[in-house]
Design a protein around this ligand. Structure first.
Ligand code: FNR
Length: 392
């Protein structure tokens, strides 16, 4: 049986014929290469975090404090990274995180990442702020494990419409992101005065929505002025600072799909999510883009797992960059992780092919890291796999 780690052997084989990988093999290398080719605004939008970016840095430091203690001679010939999440089989416990405004980065945009994940058998989470409509993305990968991420707008009928469209289009879960009813203070974007949505980038799901359109006095396609007014209306309804836990209960009336709440850091919020009908939570600080000074997502994970891990699925994102990071998150109780910025850089460098390169890379790294640490299956890792090292 083939393993994801076999990709290393294939690269070395091609090296004998003088061929080298066209794209960088590390997350850092991908970021550096993307910085060199992307427009300054697009790179800043992807790479940037909130304010001093110390939470972005803390997300990485948190992984560095945990060390894996490898175990030897445990018979790991037959290995399997596959898993089941919310009742659906997946090739590995890695999903692509929802990322908005991808059209800035590459024309393949949301279609590129969804097809790349589908090709490998991974689930992908489509952002509300996608550059293509959720129906177009569904048509591009009809049988894939697609989840839909919801930013809950101020207009409840629009929220309902988006959720119903996602269910109709075959998305398999709704991920409600609760940490971004407004964008955080992001100096890199502020310096370039760049907010893609105001240029009409990343609002395809709104412009195509019957409820959203019913609020406009003219179809956005009709004229530059009509589009301008549509964008203004988007800005007025996007965020919902008034949303509170009881509001979530209505989701159950709108959809039969499993519901995940993304952006959870505190165990009491995880309990509240479950008490209000969630089937799981994503521990995340949005990659350090919202509350600067916030605790690293990985450091929030164990308390959330203790609070709700026996009842619902607990996923993690914010700072996943390599196979060891995935192992550490799983060992601390996550059932799966979401990969963010690295695949966006791959998309920027080479479209769908670039995303596939990044996903196959992290899967190869995870397969080899798990096996060399003595685990044939990721379900075997746990607190016993790690020690906490004092760093610095
Ligand atoms: C995001 N993230 C995000 N989350 C979400 O729920 N909806 C969205 O539209 C976006 N958009 C978005 C754009 C960009 C450029 C980034 C970098 C992130 C957050 C994302 O899903 C995930 O939580 C973070 O990317 C995780 O952090 P790292 O690992 O990428 O640093």
């Amino acid at each position: 049986m083939g393993h994801f780690g076999d990709v290393a052997g294939q690269i070395y084989e091609r090296g004998v014929a003088g061929e080298r990988p066209e794209l960088p093999m590390t997350a850092e290398g991908l970021e550096a290469a993307a910085r060199a080719v992307l427009p300054a605004e697009a790179f800043a939008y992807v790479a940037g975090g909130a304010s001093t970016e110390r939470t972005m840095a803390a997300n990485r430091e948190a992984f560095a404090r945990w060390r894996i203690v490898p175990r030897m001679l445990r018979g790991v010939t037959e290995r399997d990274l596959s898993t089941t999440l919310l009742g659906a089989p997946m090739a590995a416990p890695i999903l692509t995180a929802p990322i908005g405004a991808l059209g800035q980065v590459h024309p393949d945009a949301d279609l590129g990442v969804t097809r790349a994940a589908a090709e490998i058998g991974l689930a992908s989470v489509l952002s509300t702020l996608s550059s293509r409509t959720l129906e177009e993305v569904a048509a591009a990968a009809p049988d894939s494990g697609r989840w839909f991420q919801l930013y809950w707008p101020r207009d409840p009928e629009l929220a309902e419409s988006l959720v119903r469209r996602a269910e109709t289009a075959g998305y398999r879960a709704v991920v409600v992101t609760v940490d971004t009813w407004s964008l955080g203070w992001r100096p890199r974007d502020l310096q370039l005065a760049n907010l893609p949505f105001l240029r009409g980038e990343g609002i395809a799901n709104y412009l195509s929505d019957p409820v959203f359109r019913s609020r406009l006095d003219a179809p956005p396609e009709e004229s530059v002025q009509a589009m301008h007014r549509a964008v203004r209306h988007w800005a007025a309804v996007f965020g919902n600072p008034g949303l509170s836990w009881p509001d979530l209960s209505v989701l159950r009336e709108w959809t039969r799909l499993p519901i995940m709440i993304k952006g959870i850091c505190h165990p009491d919020d995880a309990r509240a999510a479950v008490d209000h009908g969630a089937d799981g939570v994503v521990v995340s600080n949005h990659g350090g883009r919202q509350v600067d000074g916030a605790r690293a997502a990985l450091d929030c994970l164990p308390d959330v797992v203790r609070a709700v891990g026996e009842r619902v699925a607990v996923l993690l994102d914010s700072g996943i960059r390599c196979g060891a990071d995935v192992l550490i998150a799983l060992a601390l109780g996550a059932q799966a992780v979401l990969l963010g910025r690295p695949w966006v850089y791959g998309l920027g460098l080479a479209g769908q092919r670039g995303v596939e390169h990044v996903l196959r890379g992290i899967l190869g790294d995870l397969d080899l890291t798990l096996a060399l640490a003595g685990y044939a299956r990721h379900s075997e890792v746990g607190a016993h796999s790690l020690v906490r090292e004092r760093v610095g």
